[in-house]
Design a binder for this molecule. Structure first.
Ligand code: F6P
Length: 328
């Protein structure tokens, strides 16, 4: 491994996700293992601009592998979008003798890192952390698996009420522009319908499908709706529409919201975070920069950050078909 890197900065940025702490722990301990200094940067790019840094050693990350959120805190920085902001951040890094960065976050975080690398030739490497799973170059982002388990647990509970009262429930789940949470949790919780931005079911077909369900003997139904669904109505308008067209159903809405982003990370996310942290630091030490670490075919893989931000994370068509067959 190269010894030109002596001090690595690690930060979390954008929406927090379960597993970020496990990734911080892994980055810090991998640095310690290779006798490299590690510095935590608070509040993402915001803290970088202000020089809000703290030295971290192997012991300073004890007891965080099981914690949700991020001990380094997170922010979405407007100032870093300006040339002046990035110049200030660069000066603070140089002052602190930090010579490479591990960025834990999503699209916005990586876009920032990409520009920063282009402007200052500063070594960066990304770890994908977002519950949305909307990053190209990895089958799983940190927090996705935990969020799925949270959503499935909630829907299981909602189903108790749905079936006791013969109700139809619309359950809105997160996923700004993508339907990965809705599709996977929907299949896992046995939802009758899943509405995602990638597939336009249309209101007519939704009604048709609900009528078919009713006719086949189902007395209650769960429809999972991704928050970014493009059917043209928000989840409350959907409720009104279905209620006025299907008087046989009593309809309720449940918006799960930010509870999906919190909580103790699943074992899968903890293991993934540990693997990604090691890969990120060791890649930097071997001279690799401008890559994102990901999980592909169960192995750690590197994708150029530029590709990771430009590429599209595709919806699993096979899973779509499975959901269609299961909801018969
Ligand atoms: O990107 C993660 C995410 O939780 C999305 O699913 C959601 O649309 C968004 O963040 C919410 O962001 P905020 O917490 O800033 O409202």
């Amino acid at each position: 491994m190269s010894n030109s890197i002596k001090k690595v900065g690690v930060m979390t940025s954008g929406g927090d996700s379960p597993g970020m702490n496990a990734a911080i722990r892994s980055v810090v301990r991998t640095c310690a293992y290779h006798n490299i200094e590690c510095v935590g940067i608070y509040r993402g790019y915001e803290g970088m601009i202000e020089g809000d840094f703290k030295s971290m050693d192997a012991r300073s990350v004890k007891g965080i592998i099981n914690k949700g959120g991020t001990v380094l805190k997170s922010a979405r920085s407007k100032e870093f979008r300006t040339v002046e902001g990035r110049k200030m951040a660069h000066e603070k890094l140089i002052e602190a003798n930090i010579d490479a960065l591990v960025l834990i976050g999503g699209d916005g975080t990586f876009n920032g890192g990409l520009i920063f690398n282009k402007e200052f030739d500063f070594p960066v490497i990304g770890i994908p952390g977002t519950i949305d799973n909307d990053i190209f170059g990895t089958t799983h982002t940190l927090g996705f698996d935990t969020a799925l388990n949270t959503v499935v647990e909630c829907i299981d509970k909602i189903r108790d009420t749905a079936s006791s009262h013969n109700r139809l429930f619309f359950v809105e789940v997160m996923g700004r522009d993508v339907g990965h949470i809705a599709l996977n949790a929907g299949v896992g919780a046995g939802a009758e319908e899943i509405l995602i931005p990638e597939e336009d079911l249309g209101l007519g077909r939704l009604l048709e499908s609900l009528r078919r369900s009713k006719k086949s003997g189902k007395s209650s139904s769960i429809v999972v709706v991704a928050e970014g669904d493009k059917i043209g109505k928000n989840v409350f308008e959907l409720k009104d529409y279905v209620e006025s067209n299907m008087t046989e159903y009593e309809v309720r809405v449940s918006v799960l919201g930010h509870m999906q982003r919190g909580g103790s990370p699943s074992c899968f996310d903890r293991v993934l975070a540990s693997r990604m942290g090691v890969k990120a630091v060791e890649s930097l030490l071997s001279g690799k920069t401008n890559y994102m670490v990901g999980l592909l075919n169960d192995e750690m893989a590197l994708t150029p950050i530029e590709q990771a931000v430009k590429g599209k994370s595709k919806i699993n068509k096979e899973l779509l078909r499975v959901s269609e067959i299961m909801s018969i």
